[in-house]
Write a protein that binds this ligand. Structure first.
Ligand code: ATP
Length: 346
């Protein structure tokens, strides 16, 4: 069992607060992604779990054991970082076996272990090559293989795919997901790439300014963002927000449209994803500003009552800047936020 618990963790760098009151439990064998913009504190949190950084306050527990006073090597973790740290003057075999040799594993067992993880990562044909001669993608596989060879309870990854080109990234992402599910390792993965987060995670922790603002399944953070920040950060293009005025009895005025919503008597923000808008007879009166073909879809940026609205529509629609367009929000996809707190209202 390698459940990870982060209890009341905070981190100060001098007078700068990098993390505030982080509480998070990652289940045994769960794939947790820490997602957030640059500077939100995700690397700092990962380094605290790894033992490369100490928390100012709070505790870290791994597999029922308090570990925050233990050095990294005693925490049962393996790490894969962005710059891979594969030794160029060692062969792939020596790289993968490096940690095992440090542990003084017997030669036969070491050889078997290295060959098995090399097969898992599809690099068995590279074992005799020097790592300095490998491509970025191959080196990345070696880094992951080396981490897996340790058979850690927990694997920590910090933007491990960020140096790869788009196609290789996609390929490695799929492979990582398969390999980690098979190895039954608990994984924490740091990224600022929301597509990567959505595709890999069992759960995503969305971080903002040193806090976790939502920790939930990818579909939950996508469909039911806890705050306007999450709605804007997850999804590309981001969620639309429009001011809404209460008409009483759960009816709301949104631009020229009347829609059903919460029974509240103060202004709210109406929110809808660009892909949940459809051209219709009755809807939001929009004027087209910019039309951007995306292949199967077209991104249309419009003006609605002085506010900007983005819609992702089927590409068979023919639109030009200046055209008038009526866009109906799919009723079950409408969300509401309190502009004062920016939190979701149910
Ligand atoms: P990125 O995606 O850019 O790596 P991040 O979300 O991982 O960003 P962190 O690296 O955790 O962010 O940094 C969080 C904040 O803490 C940043 O503002 C950073 O400047 C600051 N910080 C991190 N390490 C230190 C340090 N050793 N000393 C002072 N400030 C630090």
């Amino acid at each position: 069992m390698a459940e990870i618990q982060i209890r009341n963790v905070a981190k100060q760098f001098g007078s700068y607060t990098a993390l505030r009151d982080i509480n998070l439990t990652i289940a045994d064998q769960e794939f947790m992604v820490l997602l957030g913009a640059s500077g939100c504190g995700k690397t700092t949190l990962l380094r605290i779990i790894a033992g490369l950084e100490t928390a100012t306050t709070g505790e870290v527990w791994i597999g029922g054991r308090r570990v925050d006073h233990l050095p990294p090597r005693d925490r049962g973790i393996a790490m894969v970082f962005q710059n891979y740290a594969v030794f160029p003057h060692l062969t792939v075999f020596e790289n993968i076996g490096f940690g095992l040799r440090m542990r003084r594993m017997a030669e036969t067992e070491l050889r078997q272990r290295v060959e098995r993880v090399a097969e898992l990562m599809h690099i068995e044909q590279l074992l005799k090559r020097y790592s300095g001669e490998l491509s970025g993608g191959q080196r990345q596989r070696v880094a992951v293989a080396r981490a897996l060879a340790m058979e850690p309870d927990v694997i920590l990854m910090d933007e491990p795919l960020s140096n790869l080109d788009a196609l290789l990234r996609l390929e490695m992402r799929t492979e990582l997901k398969g390999v980690l599910a098979e190895s039954r390792t608990t994984a924490i993965y740091v990224t600022h790439d929301q597509v990567e987060a959505m595709s890999l995670a069992d759960r995503i922790s969305v971080m903002h300014q040193g806090r976790i603002v939502q920790a939930a399944s990818p579909i939950e953070v996508y469909r039911n963002p806890a705050t306007e920040f999450v709605g804007g950060f997850i999804g590309n293009p981001p969620m639309n927000f429009l001011p809404a005025r209460p008409l009483g009895e759960g009816r709301w005025q949104v631009a020229g449209l009347v829609v059903d919503g919460p029974r509240l008597d103060k202004p709210l923000h109406f929110a809808i994803r660009p892909e949940d808008l459809r051209p219709a007879e009755n809807g939001l009166q929009a004027r087209v500003r910019v039309v951007e073909p995306l292949g199967a879809h077209v991104l249309v940026t419009c003006d609605v009552d002085g506010a900007m609205l983005r819609a992702v529509l089927d590409s068979d629609i023919s639109l030009n800047p200046g055209d008038r367009l009526t866009l109906a929000p799919q009723p079950d996809r409408i969300r509401w936020f309190d502009p004062e707190t920016t939190r979701a209202v149910h």
